[in-house]
Ligand binder design. Structure first.
Ligand SMILES: Cc1cc2nc3c(=O)[nH]c(=O)nc-3n(C[C@H](O)[C@H](O)[C@H](O)COP(=O)(O)OP(=O)(O)OC[C@H]3O[C@@H](n4cnc5c(N)ncnc54)[C@H](O)[C@@H]3O)c2cc1C
Length: 464
């Protein structure tokens, strides 16, 4: 048996009280907080880092994926307002619909802070959620947080877990699943980075020359400086990677998943969606996170040297940013009143209490989808929906979950995790929290149809 110590019991003071407590200020958490505050509730966000946006800012995940539905319904009106501000600041080219669109991650964090401030949200930065405090009925009374002042309690009426890893739900005793049911493994994780000092015109010409040289036109858009390589098929850039591996300038892992995007407002910069790691992928295991930060930075430096030696336009290039937050695609998912399944996504299931519509594919990195029975869409409408019940944590009256850890199976999570969906989940959760407080009812009694009606009233649109 390993050596143990007893932590002494101590009385904790209540440092803050609000109607709604949001744990985690990422994409979903920031929107949940804004939504609840705009519905007239006092709101506190508990966030471990010093900026909002989570993966989208500290993780440098700055391309917004599209939901893939003709007409791009913007199910979150707050998302539309976020992108309107980004557009005003020259930090995106998106008009706010959930189209594929890149944005500047630093300006995104400023926009989220501005909107929280305007809505009256209290942000508690550099404060780590540690544990849940329950009342006699087993519902949540508060959360124990820790920061430089020590451990205190933040009290609330409704709690929204937007920690991505379901930290609050797990500490409160909610059931959860984790990883691929076939292997137990989570999705691959990445450490993203931004390279600046690039002559993008020269690099764009170089990309075009690669198409001419190799005769392969795949995974590359020279005019946008977009390029990608995965180990699965032959891409235009695969030849260059293979040459560098043979010369000892890269290792095999560097080409298993490599992808770059341009950054609006940063003419000399490109954002990279790699290096990706396939083995140490448990975001709830600090050793795995250590591995990614350490090996990730080594890989990034190796890749920069590769760009300088093999590409054109990189003569003055340098690493502008490493992600301070490891890029976690999937960790834990909470068992909710409804758990979205892979089959729901693939058969495009519809729900009366939907809060979002998406047609983003099931997207499991490094693997092909394993689904062994016939999948027939329920209708000819090209999207699935996620119900409000997937946000209501089973067994609790006052606990919601939004973001990538909401109630979904592994396959479904791989589709629903994109940012437009995450923002809609936050908005629905914030509005539902306010409704539950106004009516003094449990969250499972909140009518999801009314939540959506309110979202529409505020400017969301859905395909009928
Ligand atoms: C490498 C990678 C590439 C991706 N590519 C794309 C893409 O191209 N387009 C797209 O749309 N989506 C993409 N995604 C998916 C998308 O970025 C995420 O699913 C989404 O951003 C998750 O948002 P979230 O709010 O649920 O969680 P997160 O953004 O992870 O936010 C969680 C927040 O909670 C905080 N937190 C966690 N635990 C605690 C605690 N105990 N105490 C206090 N604070 C805590 C964190 O600091 C963080 O701010 C990608 C994801 C990854 C990882």
């Amino acid at each position: 048996m390993s050596k143990t110590y007893i932590e002494p019991q101590k009385e904790l003071s209540v440092s803050y009280t609000a109607d709604v407590i949001v744990v985690g200020g990422g994409t979903a958490g920031a929107v949940a907080a804004i939504a609840a505050a705009e519905e007239g509730k006092s709101v506190i966000i508990v966030e471990q880092f010093g900026s909002l946006g989570g993966s989208s800012t500290n993780g440098l995940v700055c391309p917004n994926m599209g939901v893939g539905i003709p007409g791009n319904p913007a199910c979150s009106s707050i998302a539309r307002r976020i992108f309107a501000k980004l557009m005003e600041y020259g930090a995106t080219k998106s008009n706010g619909t959930p189209n594929p669109a890149a944005f500047d991650p630093r300006i995104m964090s400023i926009v989220l802070e501005e909107m929280c401030e305007e809505a009256g949200v209290k942000i508690l930065y550099h404060t780590y959620f540690c544990d849940a405090v329950k009342d006699k009925k087993g519902n949540l009374a508060g959360v124990i947080v820790e920061n430089k002042t020590g451990r205190t309690v933040v009290e609330g009426k409704i709690f929204i877990d937007c920690s991505g890893d379901a930290d609050l739900c797990v500490r409160a005793g909610a059931e959860y699943t984790k990883g691929n049911p076939e292997t137990g493994k989570n999705q691959p994780i990445s450490l993203r980075y931004i390279i600046a000092g690039i002559d993008c015109n020269e690099f764009s010409k170089y990309l075009q020359e690669q198409i001419d040289r190799t005769g392969v036109n795949c995974g590359i858009v020279p005019k946008d400086c977009y390029a990608a390589v995965t180990g699965l098929i032959e891409y235009t850039m695969t030849t260059v990677f293979k040459e560098a591996i043979a010369a000892g300038d890269l290792i095999e892992n560097d080409m298993l998943y490599w992808q770059m995007f341009s950054l609006p407002g940063r003419a000399d910069s490109l954002a990279f969606n790699n290096p990706e790691f396939f083995d140490y992928v448990d975001a709830t295991n600090p050793e795995h996170l250590n591995f990614t930060q350490l090996k990730g930075k080594q890989a990034i430096f190796r890749q920069l040297k590769f760009y300088k030696k093999y590409f054109r336009g990189y003569e003055n290039a340098y690493i502008a940013e490493f992600a301070s937050m490891v890029g976690i695609r999937e960790s834990r998912n909470v068992v909710c009143e409804y758990v979205l399944t892979g089959e729901d996504c693939l058969t495009r299931k519809k729900f009366d209490d939907k809060f979002v519509q998406s047609n983003y594919p099931v997207d499991i990195h490094g693997r092909k989808l394993h689904f062994d029975h016939e999948i027939k869409p329920v209708d000819d409408k090209p999207y699935y929906e996620i119900p409000y019940r997937s946000l209501v944590v089973k067994g609790f009256d006052n606990l919601l979950v939004a973001g990538r850890c909401l109630g979904a199976e592994f396959l479904a999570q791989s589709s629903m995790r994109i940012m437009p969906t995450m923002r809609a989940s936050g908005e629905a959760a914030g509005i539902a929290a306010a409704m539950a407080i106004n009516k003094n009812i449990a969250l499972r009694e909140v009518d999801g149809v009314k939540v959506r009606e309110r979202m529409i009233e505020l400017g969301a649109d859905y395909v009928v």
